[in-house]
Design a binder for this molecule. Structure first.
Ligand SMILES: Cc1ncc(C[n+]2csc(CCOP(=O)(O)OP(=O)(O)O)c2C)c(N)n1
Ligand SMILES: [Mg+2]
Length: 797
């Protein structure tokens, strides 16, 4: 690197330090609303300014993708501001409504964030999965194959390494021969509450090496290395190496004079070491001691640029939390903010005049034009916005036929396997773009037939030994670079991180994937934060939770999911369905393949008031319980109502006393209960709910629209329930938490009794458990009978 470029990087580093601290300072000087603090992390930013300056202004290439440690968000925004991609207005409004986000956000920030971060550890993990997805799309031989592969870079806070998902991800990466992944650890040896354990670097090295990573340590900056070469330098280096983290931090906070005193007390020798120190002013002694590898631009840039292989690499960059500010090194500095006098002094040191705080070149030894030209000429920023757009995958009509005939007895899980098998057989773009994944439950969630046909993905061929040895097996498992299933170990966090990365492939890598993951439904909770993280980034995928509820009866109380329907309803960015029958499932999947690719504006559909144009991810809650299939036509009206969330399985008459509403596999019980009551309750209706989530969302949205003056706005559920007389009672039933459907009573104001599961743990037959939890036909009928006037059922009914 040219000497003048080095000088310019130093100028930018200084500017980024100023801006990131200023952005946070300004946000906290805004008038407090409701007494709630604004916050921001000046010290966490300062720790990262050198690393990020080196990366963004020299090392990175446009094809690289970066997850920035959450608390370094202002550093990222400052760099993007200097590059002209972030506005002053949004920075002035940092953490405010419509302003730059507290943590980098793909969906809310305007400045080309690659991966959102916030929940520590997840931004780190997703880079590894994104790298696997990059390998996958390149191996498919699509257009992208000719483009250079990027490095997936995570800028990691050292305390993030406490998160378990990091280690799950290391193991999975090792299995998949992970490449092109850089994790750069901001080793400031401080977390939120204090100073991290002594010797963590040693553990980090050992763990990463065990999983096949290269470990590069950036401990000493150029000033330090030069001092080590002087007489007495070896003693200084020895002292630094022995110095405990707490003491190093404390002395950093105290500054040059304190460093000198301590060093003189401990290694001063009235000879070479003393002379080494005496050649320097206090300020210079401080500068040497704080010139750790992670704050030395030339060391950083040279080290990064020297990597000439694609093996995963972790960099341990020694840094100082609060570097270059009065907060430096103090153990309580995590959320610390410079006081007004400190900020004034800092501003003076940065040569910033009042009223020129936002001027890009203010206080620098170069003018604004030259600065702008330099940044615009860096490989990373020269490319402009780096997000891709892709054409949608073509979907032929009837791409998803109903996988069962009328009266056939089949479960939704089996139907799901059959649908994918039929797609696997087809020679279609859809089949080509689907990629499946599962955390060691591929076979037991019925992905087996798909995998047999489309094979498993691996960077290099791996034979199916059982097949080669002629051992009979229903599963033909060969791994090839063209395989379309990515098999994961049993770690649901990894599942959702991979789905997140796959679901952003169109934007990250310019290749649209249709990702489908399967998981045992209760273990959605095990990966919930990563699911939320994927949705927060607007990743597009289909997740199939199966089996679900207490219906997996003998399989065990530990595997029962109760909350998942509520998770499905409450998770933003995820449209949730629980079909009871194969034809409904086919309709939903067909719709979902389109829905997960949508990219429209936020205009709600005036029919359902759902924001369907924007698209999203899809969750299907399925069951292993076999049900006799209804004999009905799959016409357009039926398809629409299944997608909208409900249809009348039995239409109520004008004097309807009772509606039984069900979601999912308890359909059989609801239908049987209706049969028991049909001659006792007038005009009884049975409402088949396929998506409590979409029904509820449409209702909420219609109410909001009415409040805004769209008097005619009505949701699908309002139109379904509006014709019912006011005295109609509703009994709802689901193999899941009763609150999923209990809100139906509030739509128009009907008396409602909701059946479902609130306690778990019992094993038994399905009949045992339905009876135990009151989901059986007899109980539904009994509850309904008690709730409505007319001839009562006895318990024996
Ligand atoms: C999952 C999760 N838990 C807790 C937090 C709150 N939190 C934010 S930063 C942080 C510690 C950060 O320390 P480190 O990673 O070392 O970053 P530094 O600020 O030192 O650079 C914690 C506990 C979070 N953001 N996410
Ligand atoms: Mg830290």
């Amino acid at each position: 690197m040219q000497a003048d470029s080095r000088q310019i990087l130093r100028e930018i580093e200084r500017k980024v330090l100023w801006l990131s601290c200023w952005v946070i300072d300004q946000a906290n000087r805004r008038e407090k609303v409701d007494g709630v603090k604004v916050g921001g992390h000046q010290a966490s930013c300062a720790s990262m300014v050198s690393i990020m300056t080196s990366l963004y202004c020299d090392v990175l290439r446009p094809e690289d993708r970066v997850a920035v440690k959450p608390h370094a968000s202002p550093v990222f925004h400052a760099l993007q501001y200097l590059a002209g991609n972030q506005t002053r207005e949004k920075l002035e409004n940092f953490r405010g409504f419509g302003g730059a986000q507290s943590y980098p956000s793909r969906t809310k920030d305007v400045d080309d964030v690659d991966f959102s971060t916030g929940s520590v550890g997840l931004g780190v993990g997703i880079t590894a999965f994104a790298s696997i997805v990059q390998d996958y799309v390149h191996a498919r031989g699509w257009a992208t194959a000719g483009r250079p592969k990027g490095r997936m870079v995570a800028l990691v806070g050292d305390a993030e390494l406490d998160e378990g998902n990091i280690y799950e991800c290391l193991q999975e990466g090792w299995k998949h021969d992970l490449r092109n992944t850089w994790w750069i650890i901001d080793y400031n040896r401080q977390s939120l509450d204090g100073v991290v354990r002594e010797g963590l670097y040693d553990r980090i090295e050992t763990v990463f090496r065990a999983f096949g990573w290269e470990v590069v340590t950036l401990k000493y900056g150029a000033l330090q290395r030069a001092a080590f070469d002087e007489p007495g330098g070896a003693a200084l280096k020895g002292w630094i190496d022995r110095c405990p983290n707490q003491l190093y931090s404390a002395l950093t906070f105290q500054g040059g004079a304190a460093w000198r005193k301590r060093l003189m007390d401990e290694i001063g020798d009235q000879g070479e070491v003393s002379a080494l120190l005496e050649r320097r002013t206090d300020e210079e002694v401080g500068a040497v001691m704080e010139n750790l590898g992670g704050h030395c631009l030339s060391s950083l840039t040279d080290t990064f640029n020297a990597i000439d292989h694609d093996r995963p690499t972790v960099f341990i960059a020694y840094t100082i939390k609060g570097w270059g500010t009065p907060l430096a090194g103090h153990k309580d500095n995590h959320a610390g903010l410079m006081t007004e006098p400190q900020m004034r002094a800092f501003k003076k040191r940065m040569n910033i005049r009042d009223g020129h705080e936002w001027d890009p070149a203010e206080g620098l030894h170069m003018d604004g034009k030259a600065l702008k030209a330099f940044i615009a000429g860096t490989p990373f920023f020269a490319a402009g916005r780096r997000r891709h757009r892709t054409a949608p995958v073509a979907l032929v009509p009837d791409a998803v036929p109903t996988p069962a005939s009328p009266r056939e007895i089949i479960s939704t899980q089996t139907a799901f396997g059959k649908i994918l098998d039929a797609i696997a057989k087809s020679d279609s773009e859809l089949a080509d773009r689907i990629v499946t994944t599962s955390p060691d439950v591929t076979v037991s969630t019925n992905l087996g037939p798909w995998v047999n046909r489309r094979q498993l993905f691996a960077r290099t061929e791996l034979a199916d030994t059982f097949r080669d040895e002629r051992v009979p097996s229903a599963q033909k498992w060969s791994f090839t670079p063209h395989g379309q299933h990515i098999e994961l170990g049993i770690a649901e966090m990894n599942l959702f991180l991979l789905l997140g990365a796959m679901g952003l492939s169109h934007s990250l890598f310019g290749e649209r994937l249709i990702p489908i993951g399967t998981v045992y439904d209760p273990f959605v909770s095990r990966g919930l934060d990563a699911l939320n993280y994927a949705c927060y980034q607007d990743a597009r995928f289909m997740i199939v939770g199966t089996p679900s509820g207490v219906t997996l009866a003998p399989e065990g109380g530990a595997h029962q999911s109760i909350a998942s329907p509520l998770i499905g309803m409450s998770q933003d960015g995820l449209a949730s369905f629980e079909p009871a029958f194969a034809d409904e499932l086919a309709v939903i999947m067909s719709w979902a393949f389109d829905y997960i690719q949508r990219d429209g504006e936020e205009d709600p559909d005036e029919r359902t008031w759902l924001r369907d144009e924007t698209g999203g991810a899809v969750y299907l809650r399925l069951s292993t319980r076999q049900l006799e299939q209804p004999n009905r036509a799959r016409d357009a009206a039926f398809e629409q109502s299944v997608v909208d969330g409900a249809h009348w399985l039995r239409k109520p008459g004008p004097n309807c006393d009772l509606v039984i509403a069900y979601q999912g596999t308890v359909a059989s019980e609801a239908i049987a209960a209706a049969g028991m009551l049909a001659d006792r309750r007038r005009d009884l209706g049975v409402l088949a709910v396929t998506s409590a989530d979409r029904l509820n969302a449409g209702w909420q949205a219609a109410m909001r629209a009415r409040a805004r003056g769209h008097v005619g706005a009505t949701g699908h559920i309002e139109r379904l329930l509006a014709p019912l007389p006011r005295h109609t009672a509703i009994v709802t039933v689901i193999d899941g938490h009763p609150a999923t459907l209990s809100w139906l009573g509030g739509v128009i104001g009907h008396r409602t009794h909701s059946l479902g599961v609130e306690h778990f743990g019992q094993t038994g037959t399905v009949a045992d458990l339905y009876r135990h939890y009151g989901l059986d036909a007899a109980n539904i009928a009994q509850v309904a009978s008690n709730l409505t006037p007319g001839r009562k059922l006895g318990w024996a009914a």
